[in-house]
Design a protein around this ligand. Sequence first.
Ligand code: PHE
Length: 509
Amino acid sequence: MRLPERQLAVLEAASATDERTVAEIAAETDLKPETVAGAAFDLADEGLVEVGSETDETLALTDEGRRYVDAGLPETRLYRAGLDAGADAEPVSMGAVIGEAGLDGPEVDIALANFARKGFGSVDGGELSVDLDVDPDADPEATALDALADADGEGLDADALDVDEAVIDQLDSRGLVAVGESVTRTVRLTDDGVDALMTGVEATERVGALTPELLASGEWRDADFAEYNVEADAETARGGRKHVLRRTADRVKDVLVGMGFQEMEGPHADADFWINDCLFMPQDHPARTHWDRFALDVDRMDGIPDELMARVEAAHRDGWGLDGDGYHSPWSADFAREVALRGHTTSLSMRYLSGVEGAELEPPQRYFSVEKVYRNDTLDPTHLLEFFQIEGWVMAEDLSVRDLMGTFEEFYRQFGITDIRFKPHYNPYTEPSFELFGEHPETGEEIEIGNSGVFREEVTGPLGVDCDVMAWGLALERLAMLTTGAEDIRDLHGTLADIDFLRNAEVSY
Ligand SMILES: N[C@@H](Cc1ccccc1)C(=O)O
């Protein structure tokens, strides 16, 4: 026969002639009492042992009972004080004796009632006499209390306390002891148990985990399963997880689509025409020199509509509209057709507003993109050579700065950011222009999170748009810094990315 280890230990510790208690077997086998009890019931199911139980009355001192163990029962204190005052010879005044006995409040009544009940003496007309034949030290109630106190707070088996049931009832009704019950389980070997031990019982192996094979074969029924240690350190299992930035980008897209925007797409490497010229950036603007621009050694871009090119050139040379004034600086179509990595996704806005991408647009319209841009910046905690820009624009009649601010407030509120600030700014292509700032949740610093404005006539005119267009470029990484609390953009992406941070960061909104 095979039995789980614990059952075997209990079987071997049990006796056919004596009932052994679970506590005894637990001590002998070094198993926990509840483990022994569990194993004993399993063995009883197999008919190998009999489990019996005995219910015993247990007694424990209440707080009041414990107080009297130290101070003496109130009636005893009254008797002693009376004796000291000579109340064995002649009655003495109650008042003085009570004071001497240190009795106070309800204890006075308790003392008087029990003094009379136990025949310690008598009280008559406010005077107390004590009976000399009484030995308060032999008072069974006091003795029982002392015995319980010696049991040191642990419940005592009433049988072990050699006192009358009546005394216990009395102490119980006085509220000096608490009467409870304890069940002692006993185990005795049956004849089958003896036979089994004689023929030999082996311990089954400990099973660490339930397997499909154990289930299929039915072996699980007899298997001895190891207990789980739920406190043991376990290896952290890491599943794949979307990058913090990707999660933020997805959320941004959801929010903007929810606000009625459509998504734009377009080339990362684009003609300077779309990146700069359409935006009324003079061709000799410092940002357009080779210092700031990632120029690509590829052919110039073809396919830019001639009329559009001519209108943009006209705006640069002579301005747009009646009061317009251009830059009067050199302008070359060849330079406009040169290709570079886009420094902003406003190139996409130009493509869409011009109607080259998508259809001719009638107001109102809302477009956005969340795409990568490239800048020859110096790396620092808030700058990378490439980052994601949240581009967007709204085309409508009569837009104002309020519309722009309201749109940002609504957008950032979706990310729990309710304290963005605006600062007047300058862009060659917008008037008015605003930079946006948000407070970093960890450092409390104001960080720039975006740039925005209302496109100038010199931009919208040549594109063929004759209503207002408000537009912006927001940095996705900066938004992620605000929502995750990252303090260095390089923790988020690039070769120095902080893997632990990326694994654990919560994107909150
Ligand atoms: N292109 C600007 C953002 C912007 C877009 C559209 C209008 C105004 C500002 C930038 O990269 O900072």
